[in-house]
Design a binder for this molecule. Structure first.
Ligand code: COA
Length: 136
């Protein structure tokens, strides 16, 4: 088992991980994410199979964690914790003091996972500007 940086060559396996979880997936976008965030996007791989993934995004001030997913048959083995901890560590190395992530209301049970990782729920105002014109 190997924890390593994500590459664009991982895309087809990442798509299989993300699409069933209704996470956005597009290879051009992933390439841009990787170009803009060198060293903060991670996967756990075992014998060529991607088991877990996490994107760390840094905007020059704040860090964000996105698209965290573990293969269904390998959940509850600590892989999610490992890949997110590495993402947090690498975002800290960028110099960020705060890391945010978003959890859908429909996925609220996952808050327990993030709580164990040290995240706290931030009460606040949430806005969405939908550039596609399609209701979300
Ligand atoms: C959330 C997810 C990444 C967790 O990955 P994982 O490898 O199973 O997590 P870990 O084994 O590191 O879990 C550590 C602890 O977090 C908690 N936890 C993990 N998944 C949980 C869930 N779905 N609901 C509630 N608590 C959870 C448990 O306390 C767990 O410890 P335990 O297994 O001893 O009970 C995985 O369930 C997943 O891919 N879910 C679908 C995608 C998703 O919802 N991603 C988050 C989007 S915001």
């Amino acid at each position: 088992m190997k924890l390593r940086q994500m590459t664009i060559g991982d895309y087809s396996q990442l798509k299989s991980l993300w699409v069933p979880e209704e996470m956005e997936s597009d290879d051009n976008q992933l390439q841009r994410v990787l170009d803009r965030n060198p060293g903060t996007c991670w996967v756990i791989e075992d014998q060529g199979e991607i088991l877990a993934a996490s994107l760390g995004l840094y905007d020059g001030r704040r860090g964000f964690v996105q698209s965290v997913a573990v293969r269904k048959d390998r959940r509850h083995e600590g892989l999610g914790t490992e890949v997110v901890q590495k993402t947090i560590e690498s975002l800290k190395d960028c110099g960020t003091k705060r890391i945010r992530l978003f959890v859908r209301k429909s996925n609220a049970e996952v808050l327990q996972f993030y709580k164990k990782l040290g995240f706290a729920v931030e009460e606040g105002c949430y806005y969405l500007y939908d550039t596609s014109g399609t209701p979300v």
